[in-house]
Design a protein. Sequence first.
Length: 263
Amino acid sequence: MLRLDDVTKIFFAGTANERAALQGVTLTLEPGDFVTVIGSNGAGKSTLLNIAAGKLRPETGQVTIDGKDVTALADHQRARDVARVFQDPMAGTAPHMTIEENLAMAYERGKSRGLRRGVTAAKRQLFARELATLELGLEARLKAKVGMLSGGQRQALSLLMATFSEPKILLLDEHTAALDPQRAELVARLTAEAVERHHLTTLMVTHNMEQALRLGTRLVMMHAGRIILDLDAEAKSRATVPDLLHEFEKIKGAGLDDRTMLQ
Ligand SMILES: Nc1ncnc2c1ncn2[C@@H]1O[C@H](COP(=O)(O)OP(=O)(O)OP(=O)(O)O)[C@@H](O)[C@H]1O
Ligand SMILES: [Mg+2]
């Protein structure tokens, strides 16, 4: 479904500020894989997602979606196949538009051209039904401006917008990190439900190791631009947070600061 082949990304190449964000990363996601990605700050997690989304072009290597080489395609050219939710609740939605206008925009993204734009009665019904699944009462507030919603409500809406056009690939970059524990838990649960319901192939970055172990079907650990651990469902189900910390210690040597990972 999604394949990254020996992908390298270097920022400020040839200058004193050169940063190798990804160093020969190879990762294959089969349809329905739900991979959680952990790693310390600067490990290359967001860069990996940006390469998959087409927001960044790799220096070397290849990105393939469903067998098609998309390495040279920009993010908007992959938008029908790839959806994403960011860490910042303000990033995924248009604050000055209403809930139903935001949903209509996301809905049309996945459809072929020529379909009627705007919010019809039928669409409004569909939106209300979808919003009701979030259990936040947003179905009664279709005409409310999204800027009036709380961060947790906006993340839940972003997630709905990202998933209901049924992309092939869902990219989540610490999308629960800015939320209070209760809302983070809600959005994590909604994520698992949406991935299951729409059979999405998913990459989810998180600093919460407990969440990384609980959610998904596979776990990848990154360090210094490389994948240093790749656990399948079976190995993941047996792994514990101390196991993951131990793996980090091995690669980083002594003196790992747990808080970097657990924050
Ligand atoms: N746009 C950019 N310009 C220059 N350097 C960048 C850029 N984006 C990332 N980097 C560098 O690439 C490396 C990897 O960054 P990346 O954002 O992928 O890390 P991350 O694993 O997502 O970290 P975090 O957990 O802090 O979000 C870092 O050294 C970072 O400084
Ligand atoms: Mg990041």
